[in-house]
Design a protein around this ligand. Structure first.
Ligand SMILES: C[S@@+](CC[C@H](N)C(=O)[O-])C[C@H]1O[C@@H](n2cnc3c(N)ncnc32)[C@H](O)[C@@H]1O
Length: 213
């Protein structure tokens, strides 16, 4: 699907401008999970990868008050050029050097050199792709994540059929231990965090998912 046929993913981000919005509430949960995995005293560089990064609100916001932000390397992959421009503008405003790739985040080749990562953000994907793509992506995340590293993911609530139980068990089957699962009362989002306890897996060439719109 071309970008022109896609939903307006730039406008989708406007809701972040309202601190009371559902999206801002979701952001707060994602950021709290990111803060939980950032090391208190990093001995070496900490690599973050953001798949379908949007405008980078989550990681850029957290790095703003993380005292060791200079030890964090971030690669963000996003298809929408207006969102990519927003990431770059935010990074510049925050005086952060981030690696931003404008491209199809489903293409595993775009992660060479950045994976396996310490933290992988897969937020805003699983509600927008087929169920088969969700499961394929979870399996693929084993090659994205260092043993001991983490994945933070989201899935909308109330999507029928509800494959959340399958998502959680697929992570377990792929070697990920669940460290948190949030489904706040009344919220339309769910956030999971999982630590990879499997073997290191070599990144292979592939295409993980396609957005439905
Ligand atoms: C639901 S938004 C989530 C954005 C961000 N992760 C967040 O939570 O704020 C989905 C994002 O995926 C992007 N996107 C859609 N298809 C993509 C693809 N194939 N490769 C990279 N980004 C894609 C959209 O442009 C949009 O910014």
């Amino acid at each position: 699907m071309s970008i022109a046929e896609q939903r307006d993913w730039y406008a989708w981000h406007h809701e972040y401008g309202d601190p009371e919005s559902e999206l801002s509430n979701r952001l707060a949960v994602v950021q709290a999970e990111i803060r939980r995995v950032l090391p208190e005293h990093p001995a070496e560089a900490f690599q973050v990868v953001s798949i379908c990064a949007g405008q980078g609100h989550d990681i850029i916001g957290v790095l703003a008050d993380y005292p060791h932000a200079d030890r964090v390397k971030v690669r963000l992959v996003e298809l929408n050029p207006d969102n990519v421009a927003q990431i770059r503008a935010r990074a510049e405003a925050a005086n952060r050097e981030l690696e931003v790739i404008e491209g199809d985040a489903a293409d595993t080749a775009l992660y060479a050199g950045a994976v396996p990562a310490d933290l992988v953000l897969a937020v805003g994907i699983f509600g927008n792709v087929s169920d088969a793509d969700v499961l394929r992506t979870i399996d693929g995340l084993a090659a994205f994540t260092k043993p001991g590293g983490s994945v933070i993911w989201s899935r909308g609530r109330g999507i029928v059929p509800d494959i959340t139980p399958q998502i959680r068990s697929r992570f377990a089957a792929a070697g990920f231990v669940e460290t948190a699962f949030h489904a706040p009362d009344g919220a339309r989002f769910q956030i999971g965090a999982n630590r990879y306890e499997g073997q290191a897996v070599r990144l292979s060439q592939g295409h993980l998912f396609s957005f439905r719109r």
